[in-house]
Design a protein around this ligand. Structure first.
Ligand code: DX5
Ligand code: ZN
Length: 223
């Protein structure tokens, strides 16, 4: 099953050198990753700060690859229009801390981008039940968000198995994305749980050959 499925790789610029973002984006392209993942952090929802919509608008002309924007911020509804205008293709926000999740999903859709929802490791997957038919992407965090280079929490993959099963039983159309701690040792288990999109930060940018890393993530044998 692994060999037949076309896994998508989303490379996160969080682990790139922020003073050389254009080179990082070119490396993502030349390594044949599928999406550019942009981790937006506000120093409140998560204990780290990164960048806002300007990074998305600066990256936009550098590539035709989809820009996968992961908002780890409070009150995403206030700034989602700016990310849409900046050229985000997917806008993923967190369930946690948002009462009007249904409204935010529709807000994103009406602005144009695909809508995604994410949950942190301590949030049960059952809390997504009312939006499974509304979202394009579900991003399961396999580390506590805020930093690259952490270890994957394997228990989180049970949520991926559940979402994959519900998708085949009910015919939902979402893609399942997994974010945090994916590397050569963990990627096979992540794939077999039913994931479609593999987010990679440190394993991609620290690799001596990032293109080889992408091939391995997609299921090729190291060689
Ligand atoms: C973490 C971010 C991730 C991060 C993953 O809060 O959401 O996208 O870049 O980095 P690695 O692959 O190093 O765990
Ligand atoms: Zn992310």
């Amino acid at each position: 099953m692994d060999a037949a499925k076309n896994f998508l790789v989303a490379a996160s610029i969080l682990s790139a050198d922020f003073s050389r973002i254009a080179e990082a984006v070119k490396l993502i392209e030349s390594s044949r990753a599928d999406w550019v993942h942009l981790d937006v952090m506000d120093g409140s929802f998560v204990p780290n700060l990164t960048f806002g919509p300007k990074m998305v608008s600066d990256v936009r002309p550098l590539t035709l690859l989809p820009l996968d924007v992961h908002l780890m911020i409070d009150r995403p509804d206030r700034i989602i229009p700016d990310f849409a205008k900046a050229g985000a293709d997917h806008i993923i926000f967190h369930l946690e801390g948002n009462v009007h999740v249904n409204r935010i999903i529709h807000q994103i859709r009406e602005l144009g981008p695909k809508a995604g929802i994410s949950i942190v490791p301590s949030t049960p997957v059952a809390l997504l039940s009312e939006v499974l038919d509304l979202v394009d992407v579900i991003l399961i965090m396999t580390v506590n968000p805020g930093f690259g280079g952490q270890e994957l929490i394997p228990e989180c993959l049970e949520k991926v198995r559940t979402l994959d099963r519900l998708r085949s039983e009910q015919g939902y159309g979402y893609l399942i994305s997994v974010d945090g701690g994916i590397n050569r040792s963990t990627v096979a288990e992540v794939r077999s749980a039913g994931t479609d999109v593999l987010v990679t930060g440190s394993s991609f940018f620290r690799a001596s050959n990032p293109a080889e890393e992408v091939r391995i993530f997609k299921g090729a044998r190291p060689g």
